[in-house]
Design a protein around this ligand. Structure first.
Ligand SMILES: [Zn+2]
Length: 299
């Protein structure tokens, strides 16, 4: 079975905004051949990886955009690298410098998509000041990933009012052609998300952090219920797997992939049947593990 990790932060570690790694030479022990070997061992044909900007409120990033481009440059056939951005600056104005950086990164260094994380940056995704980023994504024909869900930890860091799914309804009305991934099945507003997906064919979602994550708690029964609901809403072919791995350890990464994909292949359908839902067909499994995200990426 073909496997693709559709959501990760592989090699993008947390760092303060004034101390970002900008190339793979700064990653201890980075070895492109070892990365390829690890992907082969895990059975992955492709891994997506992306930085996350959190400089507006928290003064930090996961990785950086130049680092993301350098990772892709080293292993272009196996890595799908995205950019990250906060579209508003510290003074609540459009972050024009980042907008230019994203355009250059996609056109000149081959980054393939954009990550936005409104609850971390304390802004609303339907704020008209943010719209130039969506217009740019449309122009560049790249998908936009959103963290639009709950976040464990200090509530002041990621207030839930910035994560509510219904904010995205304005986006799918104003940008019906924009390709969107709402991470983590929009937890805990999954049904709200599925309702949006049922009428918006360019909205996808991933199941990152639900199975057996390397940090925090897995929620495998919630995943089974959510996938059953996705089937009932007729949108199961837009749900895909992502590891959400953050860090630089290839061994830790490989173990995570094997643990989670093993669960999806061997246990998930049984869990779904316990809720009264039909088990995943082989085609639905293949969609979840690879085909659906490849469609989102137009690959
Ligand atoms: Zn993530």
């Amino acid at each position: 079975m073909k496997l693709v990790d559709g959501h990760s932060h592989l090699f993008h570690a947390p760092a303060s905004a004034d101390n970002l790694k900008i190339g793979v030479s700064e990653i201890e022990g980075f070895d492109a051949a070892l990365l390829v070997q690890t992907l082969d061992q895990a059975g992955l044909s492709l891994v997506q990886t992306m930085p996350q900007e959190m400089s507006r409120i928290q003064d930090r990033w996961l990785g950086s955009n130049p680092l993301s481009a350098d990772i892709a440059r080293c292993v272009p056939d196996r890595v799908v690298a995205f950019a990250g951005a906060e579209p508003l600056d510290r003074f609540d104005a459009l972050n024009r410098a980042r907008l230019k950086e994203i355009e250059r990164a996609v056109r000149e260094t081959g980054l393939k998509g954009l990550l936005l994380t409104p609850p971390y940056g304390h802004y609303y995704s339907n704020d008209r000041r943010v719209y130039p980023f969506y217009e740019l994504a449309m122009e560049l024909d790249i998908p936009v990933y959103f963290h639009h869900s709950h976040m464990f930890g200090d509530p002041k860091r990621c207030p839930l009012k910035y994560a509510r799914i219904w904010l995205l309804d304005d986006l799918v009305i104003d940008f019906p052609e924009l390709r969107i991934n709402v991470e983590h099945m929009g937890y805990p507003w999954t049904e709200e998300l599925l309702a949006i997906m049922s009428r918006s064919p360019n909205v996808y979602t991933d199941i990152a952090m639900f199975v057996a994550p390397y940090v925090g708690r897995g929620r495998p029964l919630l995943l089974a219920r959510n996938l059953g609901m996705a089937g009932e809403y007729g949108v199961l072919d837009r749900v895909f797997y992502g590891s959400d791995y953050v860090g630089e350890s290839l061994r830790e990464y490989r173990d995570l992939i094997q643990r989670e994909t093993g669960h999806i292949l061997n246990k998930l359908s049984g869990d779904m049947e316990r809720f009264g839902y039909p088990p995943l067909t082989p085609q639905e499994q293949q969609g979840l593990l690879a085909d659906n995200v490849l469609r989102l990426w137009k690959r």
